[in-house]
Ligand binder design. Structure first.
Ligand code: AMP
Ligand code: MG
Length: 331
């Protein structure tokens, strides 16, 4: 079965084509275009306009790169939520139009669950992980328990990526700032105390952001502030992930989302996993960031297990929670 997936929850519009090969996901193509705000954060309407501008060419590029014909696509899936309304609507409209014109089934999928499933689908040995999903807008620790993907911990305010981007934006580092902060942090030598903000299993980043910005205003070395920001927030993420692993007794940890590219975060989570005797997995970068292939793969899993979606049920849901999905494709 060949499935085409359209991702469009936030800054990126992506089209991926996948094929099921004996229960594993083979990515045939995965094209992404990312909206870059001229200044400030993501403006939802402008991001949606960007997506609308690029979707048609992305569709043909991705299908061509996959080496298939539109007629060979068996299923169209799209990111139904969570995300920014105008962006979600643009991707959903494209998906509906494509499914109707090809006369093929349509399935809307949960973006966060797709991040987890693409890890299981593409990373060898990854079967039942705790996912640390760290992206711009989302920060969640997710694992499968009693028929659903449950959120064991999450941010109470901004996503970790958003926290890094906001910090960098104040300094004029441009978007996205995560990679630049990582470079500065690698040259940090002094740890500056920042609030360590875990509440139960949840996390809060905005107070840390304010404190880090205050250090910059006081003239502290940027390298040290970036280093301290990473050490503090990543330690918090690692702690909550470890507690979720202990609680669920899972032996695998998987990273997902754009912040998973960060070497220091990988190192911390990997060390934690090693100390527990657990296995550590990171998907390749192209399927770790927001992308169409993961949407296609989850669409396939759902379709294969009998899920069908009527056109009138394909409305987007900006607040589509991870634990609203009935996970019928797993035992
Ligand atoms: P996503 O929303 O999953 O596409 O991820 C985008 C986020 O990942 C942005 O907030 C980036 O700043 C962040 N990001 C990308 N690369 C890195 C990195 N090397 N270190 C930290 N954050 C990163
Ligand atoms: Mg994402």
């Amino acid at each position: 079965m060949i499935c085409l997936g359209i991702e469009g929850t936030a800054h990126s519009i992506g089209v991926g084509v996948i094929k099921n090969v004996k229960g594993a996901c083979q990515v045939l193509s995965n094209r992404i275009k990312t909206y870059q705000p001229e200044k400030g954060g993501i403006h939802p309407r402008e991001a949606a306009n960007h997506h609308a501008l690029h979707i048609a060419s992305l569709l043909s590029d991705s299908v061509q790169a996959a080496g298939v014909d539109f007629a060979e696509i068996d299923l169209v899936s799209f990111s139904q939520g969570p995300g920014l309304g105008p962006c979600l609507r643009t991707a959903a409209t494209a998906a509906r139009a494509l499914a109707l014109s090809l006369e093929k089934p349509l399935i809307g999928v949960n973006h966060c669950v797709a991040h987890l499933e693409i890890g299981r689908g593409t990373v060898k040995g990854c079967k039942d992980p705790v996912l640390l999903y760290v992206s711009g807008a989302n920060t969640q620790v997710i694992a499968f328990a009693e028929g659903k993907y449950r959120v064991f911990g999450e941010t109470l305010d901004v996503g970790i990526g958003n926290c890094l981007d906001k910090f960098g934006r104040e300094l004029g580092l441009g978007f996205p700032c995560g990679p630049k902060i990582e470079e500065f942090a690698a040259k940090g030598t002094e740890y500056l105390a920042l609030p360590y903000s875990i509440k139960g299993m949840d996390l809060a980043f905005s107070g840390i952001l304010t404190a880090a910005e205050a250090y910059v205003q006081q003239g502290k070395r940027l390298e040290d502030v970036c280093y301290s920001l990473q050490e503090t927030t990543f330690a918090m993420l690692t702690e909550v992930t470890e507690r979720a692993m202990a609680h669920t007794e899972k032996q695998e940890v998987l990273l997902g989302g754009g912040v998973a590219s960060n070497k220091r975060l990988r190192e911390m989570v990997q060390t934690m996993a090693k100390d527990r005797g657990a296995r550590f997995f990171v998907p390749s970068r192209d399927v770790c960031v927001d992308n169409g292939a993961m949407i296609a793969w989850l669409g396939f899993l759902m379709y294969q297990s009998g899920v069908r979606m009527k056109l009138e049920d394909s409305l987007i849901n900006q607040r589509f929670r991870t634990d609203m999905v009935e996970v019928c494709w797993r035992d």
